[in-house]
Design a binder for this molecule. Structure first.
Ligand SMILES: [Zn+2]
Length: 84
């Protein structure tokens, strides 16, 4: 019981750090998008919503998450965080 509780806490931490990084990334993209909006960059609008699993892992310290088959894994518990 104690072990599964610990695992649950870790999973919760995984998801929380994932959501925080995700939010930061969306904000980054939003800022870039609004800045380029004045220059009317038409080709960049598609990139703003196209965030890959590899883009995500770059936002974390090395060894936190990794990508396998387009899915994001927690490197310490080796479980899927997000299906892309
Ligand atoms: Zn984990």
């Amino acid at each position: 019981m104690d072990h599964s509780q610990k695992q649950f806490d870790h999973r919760l931490q995984d998801v929380v750090s994932f959501v925080i990084a995700e939010t930061n990334m969306i904000m980054d993209k939003f800022v870039v998008k609004t800045q380029s909006a004045s220059t009317k960059a038409k080709t960049q609008s598609h990139l703003a919503v196209n965030i890959t699993a590899n883009d995500r892992t770059r936002k974390y310290p090395p060894g936190t998450f990794h990508v396998e088959d387009g899915m994001l894994f927690c490197s310490s518990c080796n479980m899927v965080i997000d299906h892309v």
